[in-house]
Design a binder for this molecule. Structure first.
Ligand code: AMP
Length: 207
């Protein structure tokens, strides 16, 4: 069973995915995290991917499908975060007959996204926010104590491009799923706890 988690960059999707994972004992698969791990490998492929991420571009559909396919194990409960990002990726899921139960769509306005991303810092795929979700010790990861950094693709002009691409693709993807799969819309403009409360009410009905 797969639940798709949609939300623009800065919607708090990653933070919510971690909370859902704990609450529901579900496997969380984030394509962004898989890709960032791939970049660390320093292979010819990772160099291409690194440039694409830095420029705010999506990774080629074939590359991303090859990378993530092995993680989609159908007999497990999966929260799929960051995939599908294009119509072609959605069609890949359909062709494979993966059982998509629900879509959770976190909706957040552009001004709020820019404000959140401006203050976003992270380490090892763990996000913090200087305003809303501070680390216990300034600029350090709560668990490892490593220094928190800014994501290279969190620059203003790159975010603008990522958002345009996101909405452009989202329309096409939702069009494909409309009337076939239940889409749960979540207000992503509240604080972390409130967003999670809203998600919890809905996922209790699902899992
Ligand atoms: P995220 O952490 O989900 O914002 O992903 C970071 C970056 O990884 C994106 O800006 C893309 O370059 C790449 N990426 C993540 N998921 C996908 C996907 N499904 N298709 C293509 N590129 C992706």
């Amino acid at each position: 069973m797969i639940i798709l988690l949609f939300g623009p960059p800065g919607s708090g999707k990653g933070t919510q995915a971690e909370l859902i994972k704990k609450e529901c004992n579900i496997n969380h698969i984030s394509t962004g995290d898989i890709i960032r791990e791939e970049v660390k490998k320093n292979t010819p492929l990772s160099k291409i991917i690194k440039t694409e991420i830095k420029n705010g571009k999506l990774i080629n559909d074939k590359i991303i499908v090859d990378l993530i396919e092995k993680y989609i194990i159908t007999n497990k409960k999966i929260l799929l975060d960051g995939f599908p990002r294009t119509l072609e990726q959605a069609e890949f899921l359909s062709q494979k007959n993966f059982n998509i139960e629900y879509i959770i769509n976190i909706k957040t306005e552009k001004q709020i996204i820019f404000k959140r991303i401006k203050y976003r810092i992270l380490k090892n795929n763990k996000n913090y926010n200087i305003l809303y979700n501070k680390p216990k010790i300034k600029n350090k990861d709560n668990i490892t104590g490593e220094y928190l950094i800014k994501r290279p693709d969190d620059l203003f002009n790159i975010i603008d491009k990522r958002l345009k691409d996101y909405y452009n693709n989202l329309d096409k993807i939702l069009n494909l799923y409309k009337n076939k799969i239940k889409i749960i819309e979540i207000n992503g403009e509240n604080n972390i706890n409130k967003i999670f409360e809203e998600i919890k009410i809905n996922i209790r009905k699902i899992i």
